[in-house]
Design a protein around this ligand. Structure first.
Ligand code: G6Q
Length: 556
């Protein structure tokens, strides 16, 4: 017996419904219903979600909710909040909600309440971040810290980097932050060129403390520091670690007293709320970091308790399932009209695609429907002058999230009006398009006629019917940002439950790590010695090895 959700009555009802709706334009839906915005918008946790500019009706939402019930959404949500091992391929709980559980209610894993440990690490972060910010923590030569360099990759980089960038308005004025992730020496070398060893603190962030990129960068940074300060003892004052692997941190030479722990039930891409958020806490202060946690906690409670037709992550997750699996939309754009969210799309690329880029369900059966769309995007206004052409007149269906701040973090006269008018203009134009008749009229009023008008006409028509969600908040405070991130985390979980896939493992990432380790020795041996790979990989190895030798020869 198959367990695919696509064989359920709810799925089939949606399939039939999609066929009926495929020919309907949103322009007509708005014309027929003056209350469409009121009907399809929800406000919670400081976020307004307008989902009226989507290719759906009330019947769609009802049918999607039936799918959610069919997929056991209530049970799935309850199991996550109870701390059950829902990441079954790794036999782990997925408890990012415990990291921001401001209610402090007990959350049990293997019969033990995790909250005392969570609170103890938060207290350690508070103590440490205060001492760095106050200038009490001194470098080896006695100077206060001025530069924070986070060395980590993937989940140990993207979340803290995004949040630190988004909350720049809250940074301590003395401190600068840098994030080094890439193993290409250029990244580290360029960063080290900007900082002073006497006033730099390195945070080595790695859940496993085995990641090649991070360890290599950490070793090089350590070497650089020792060379510059002339004493290995300096490491204790300039290096701290965030990890689940105490032994490996000690072997690296970092005192376990300078280590911040987290736990295997925190997934890398869900870890910014844990000690992985240390660079955030240092930059914005513990009170603001706790506001970030509080915003996420508020959204967690909303997710756990709100009815599905008023539940932000449930609605956004179901709408994405609707487009991916029933309209075959293969991409999804994230377009913040808030420059502080410059890194939000790259961050979401990992969060969403690493979570949902799967092709088998929890029982190991290949699915027969599309799952995760390709996530991409950039700050909206810049995108308008780059890729929006494709949204307006291309051939792809591209659902998009427009993210809008009512107030900017910096108030320069006239700027925010321009931002807001552009954002609203785009969602409107993408939905409405411009028909041939309207285009003819517009060209006519510009004085075009006859053959020239006929020639121009098809190029100036806009198909419209491009769907979008609009998320609006007052201002990007730590609390609002916490809620916004948690919204996307839970939206992913909803999609995972509907598709029957595990959003908390990442075997694709593990494969890359393993293969890189097998190729490393091959790069250090003579060309052609290896015959283990395909001819392309062998050919490339041979070519690169020959050219590396050539460049070594010309140096020596
Ligand atoms: C995230 C992934 C992955 C991970 C990095 C870094 O969910 O597991 O992006 O965060 O590979 O891993 P470490 O933190 O163990 O160095």
């Amino acid at each position: 017996m198959t367990t695919l959700i696509s064989h359920s009555a709810a799925w089939n009802a949606l399939k039939t419904h999609q066929q009926a709706l495929a020919q309907v334009s949103m322009r007509d839906l708005f014309a027929q219903d003056s209350q469409r915005f009121e009907r399809f918008s929800v406000e919670a946790c400081g976020l307004l979600l307008d989902y009226s500019k989507n290719r759906l009706t009330g019947e769609t939402i009802t049918k999607l909710q039936q799918l959610a019930i069919e997929a056991n959404l209530p049970d799935g949500i309850a199991r996550m909040f109870r701390g059950e091992k829902i990441n079954h391929t790794e036999q782990r709980a997925a408890l990012h909600i415990a990291l921001r559980n401001r209610s402090n209610r007990p959350i049990m894993v293997d019969g033990k309440d995790v909250m005392p440990e969570v609170n103890a690490v938060l207290a350690q972060i508070r103590q440490f971040s205060n001492s760095v910010r106050d200038g009490e923590w001194r470098g080896y030569t006695g100077k206060p810290i001025e530069s924070i360099v986070n060395i980590g990759i993937g989940g140990s980089d993207l979340g803290p980097a995004m949040v630190a960038r988004a909350l720049k308005a809250y940074h301590h004025p003395r401190l600068r932050r840098y994030f080094v992730s890439n193993v290409d020496g250029t990244h580290l070398a360029q960063t080290l060129a900007k900082v002073d060893p006497e006033t730099t603190l390195f945070i080595i962030a790695s859940k496993t403390f085995t990641t090649q990129e991070t360890l290599l960068n950490a070793h090089s940074a350590r070497q650089w520091l020792i060379e510059k300060l002339g004493d290995e003892k300096a490491v204790a004052k300039h290096f701290v670690a965030v990890s689940t692997a105490t032994q490996k941190v000690t072997e690296f030479g970092i005192d376990p007293a300078n280590m911040f722990a987290f736990w295997d039930w925190v997934g890398g891409r869900y870890s910014l709320w844990s000690a992985i958020g240390l660079p955030i806490a240092v930059m914005i202060g513990m009170e603001n970091f706790e506001q970030l946690l509080a915003g996420a906690h508020e959204l967690d409670t909303h997710f756990e308790t709100a009815p599905y037709d008023k539940n932000l992550p449930v609605l956004m997750g179901l709408i994405e399932v609707w487009y991916s699996s029933f309209f075959e939309a293969s991409t999804h754009a994230v377009l913040p009209y808030d420059y502080a969210l410059k890194l939000f799309s790259p961050y979401l690329q990992q969060l969403i695609m690493e979570s949902l880029g799967k092709h088998v369900n929890c029982e190991g059966n290949p699915v027969d429907y599309s799952t995760c769309p390709i996530i991409w995007g950039a700050p909206g206004n810049n995108g308008q002058h780059a890729f929006y052409q494709l949204l307006h007149q291309g051939t792809h269906l591209v659902p998009a999230d427009f993210i809008i701040a009512v107030e900017s973090q910096h108030d320069l006269p006239g700027h925010q009006d321009a931002v807001l008018s552009n954002a609203l203009a785009q969602t409107y134009a993408l939905m409405m398009g411009r028909t041939a008749d309207e285009t003819r009229h517009a060209l006519d009023s510009k004085g075009l006629s006859g053959e020239l008008l006929a020639q121009q006409l098809p190029h100036r028509v806009f198909q419209g019917n491009q769907p979008s969600n609009t998320l609006v908040y007052q201002k990007l405070t730590p609390q609002v940002l916490g809620a916004l991130i948690a919204l996307y985390e839970h939206k992913i979980f909803v999609q995972g439950l509907c598709w029957g896939i595990n959003p908390f493992d990442q075997w694709g990432v593990e494969l890359g790590k393993q293969v890189a380790n097998t190729l490393l020795p091959a790069l250090q041996e003579t060309a052609g010695a290896h015959k283990e790979h395909d001819s392309s990989t062998e050919g490339l190895l041979k070519y690169i090895n020959a050219h590396r030798r050539h460049s070594f020869d010309s140096v020596t």
